[in-house]
Ligand binder design. Sequence first.
Ligand code: DC
Length: 222
Amino acid sequence: MSYSIAIDGPAGAGKSTIARAVARELSFIYVDTGAMYRAMAYYFLKQGLTENDTEEIKAACQNAEVSIAYENGEQKVILNGEDVTPYIRSEAVGNMASKSSPIPEVRAKLTQLQKNLAARENVVMDGRDIGTCVLPNAQVKVYLTASTHTRALRRYKELLEKGQTDADMQKIEADIEERDYRDMHREISPLCQAEDAVLVDSSEMTIEEVVGAILALVKKVK
Ligand code: DC
């Protein structure tokens, strides 16, 4: 039987950094489910659709085939045969992903893909609904969070490091609050801590400390 570690939490909590490091330590596959929602959102935007075009988005789902592949251990997201990994990290795509992900047709498609992957491989999967919906039987579940201010500050520093000199801390914090609200209050699979998930608040922790805490949980369950 395959082994699954589910890591859920709000935007900017450090899920991907932590999940990637835990996967590397255990030689598991890292699955970034947010990237799949972003690939679908990228497709919708390319079709000229906006968040208000719900019916068109539902129809477009039938023509968008998302899969993932690995190159040197890094996940690539493939949309209709094209590697779209370089195009999905913008704020515009992230916001469209947050706005289109509540649509049942979008979720049904990606949830099935995620379940199939976890049935075949040992995975560390991160997202919003992994412990609650996608992998309710995951052996280890973590709800990884950090204060809004810490998450905004991390994002702000990241943008400065990328050379974006006009990054606006207040706007970043407001965007994070808005995204959290949307992800936590949608009707289907809202972001929430699974009853059996362990809460990890990384506000005052280093990456190594968080990874160590999760590996300790895995040891307990293995
Ligand atoms: O983790 P991220 O920022 O890449 O995710 C982008 C959006 O995708 C997020 O705002 C909500 C949605 N998402 C989701 O609904 N369920 C998941 N399992 C992962 C992401």
